[in-house]
Design a protein around this ligand. Sequence first.
Ligand SMILES: [Cu+2]
Length: 754
Amino acid sequence: MLNQFYPFYKPKLNIMMLFTRRFFVLSIALLLAVTASVPVNAQQTLNDVKKDRGLTDNDVLAAAKTFMPRGGRDEYFGFVGTGNSGTMIVYGLPSMRIYKYVGVFSPEPWQGYGYDDESSLLLKKASLDDKIDWYGDMRYPGFSETNGNYDGKHLFYSDGANSRIAMLDLEDFETKQVLSHPLFLSAFPGVAVTPNTDWVIQTSQFPATWDAQSSDLKSGITFWNFHKVEKTTKTGHAGRILKEKSITLELPPFTLGYSDAGKFGSDGYMVGLASKDGKNYVYLVDYNKVVGMKTKSVSNFAVVPFANANKDGVVAMIQLPAKANYVKVTPKGKYFITVGDETTVFDFAKAIKALTDKSFNGKVDGIPTIDAAAVKHGSIKLGNGVTDIAFEYRPNIAYASAFNDKKVVRWNYETLKKEGELKLDFKPGQLMVPQGMSASPHSNYLTVVDKEGLYKNFVSVGPIRPSFQHLIDISGDKMSDLYTMSLPQCNMYGSVAVLRTTIKPIIRYPTGTNSRTGEISPFKTVAGKEKIERKGNRVHVFGTLIRSHITPEIVEVNQGDIVTFHLTNLELAEDETHGFTIDTYGKHGSFEPGKTASLTFTADREGAFPYYCTEFCSALHLEMEGILLVKPKNWKGSKGGEITLTKKELAEYKKNYEDKLKVIAQTQDVINGVVKWLKENHYENYPYVKALVQDAVAQLNKAATPKANYEKFAKEGKWKDAFLWAEQYFQYQVKAADAGLRAKKLLTEKLGSK
Ligand SMILES: [Cu+2]
């Protein structure tokens, strides 16, 4: 019908629909044929496999320790920042399976992050020039805490390259906030979180100017104020960083490094690394005092001037004998440990007392210094090239990675004695024990970063290689290297992990949710309310997505119109995400069940542009398509009117129509049979089956209009139109039958498993 009015539109919809189903059947057949042609070994015993593959008992033991049987669940969720990629990897321990990449500082097309309007706005707001920064430098994540323990709610990241801070909600594993730092041009790519997540601490890295008015180089520590329950939304708690309540402590120009917050007895204090003129320090800050001090506004941000803070003795430096890579606070807050070839354990209480009593022995760049010897618990040489430490659940036990010695050392920071070591065949870097930076380190596992990926058993994938990390079993006296995980698109540094059961992710959004705000979108659209609104050259399409249909199927606009597709995924079922793209228009969205998102673009090219679902969602997934018709500028339309069909053509259409009615009747019999069976077996008692049946009914409800149309055109003797509408009706019927049959299959399984 359309091609009569738009000669530039090539009709493909109905023909394609028939073709794609055949194609689907064909590909399944091909797949089966290929599978069948793979040579299959005879039944093997474990010993056969060991012999065939040259595996030792230790190899098999290591495999058994990390193997996740079907239906099994990992004990921990691990989170790794990908460095320059600006995304985060979610993986499981001990299986080391990657579950998800989440866009944080960079656009990520799979979830439409930085592509749909909602997430583009979030990223644009955090950019200095209203453009999206296309990369990041994210190294050390911070977990939200309650009483010093990871509470599984939020993750925080600092972007060292573009001075941004991000907050993720683990309810749906999405980024909710990205803020641009108003003062720092250079930020350290890690954060520290205080024991109740009142403050997320981000420091500057290289000294820089803060505003155009001043050429003074400065450094600083920002205490981002975090509210756990900023607003109650449909989906839950929705904590937020509040910029207007955040404070920066101004410092003289030092290069700042890794920092950590005190706990329990040292709660209210933080420590961090600083260096200047070849000298190395650990600094101590009484932040409870800082956040209560008088501030001045710089670039609309509250700043505590250094002069004020120094006068009140809230900051001090302790000089270190050599460069340190990290400073970490022990789980119960008793010590802070600076990590390097000389690893030094400082007594937190003594350091606090020295700061409070102003027991200083000098000054560096105006900052008072505390004598290291007076506040030191002791120091230990753990190896050559000591890079990092991690704490575990046994009291006072920590691990250290000795890069040059290729070993991990187990040691006691109370007694300052080594307790064991594991020789490795690679140079170990950063370390992580699940919940290791919280008050309750948990696990029998230690992960070790390997930057080099040079081992004999890795295939070469070109000059740039993935990052690697090893999983080490630390449960017994004898440690063992269990598994090597590759992390693609990642230059890995630090990571965190938490007990999986601490995190309670949602399954679907309440229908119409803007996932970035947690609120119901004003563009939410429900079934039957789909519409296209036009005001001048501004076009809003309010559409819906449900297996296996995109409504509306045809959108007509004029060249130059500004068009927004507001789409809502109506699925009630689990894991029924639909993707959406318009061919060659550079737009992609991901629509998880219940989500509403918008895609805006200027329709600047004329033609017929198919749009379709990009996420495989059912056997009829390929039929989730429609077409955007962009009418050329100055298009006047054709002369119009029905093209006259010859008698023979008309007779052919009549026959096609009548044949189609027979197929429709047969399909209806199938549907009726399925419905009868489902009712007899009380499908309504099984929520997931019930959701599938609701989806099927929704498809059938859509079929009322095509039915009225084909009956009307048949009465008028317009057999071509009658046939095309009957075909349309059949499409809905097939989709309903598909959902119904899946419901039947699922219910059969459920009944069988009883
Ligand atoms: Cu789909």
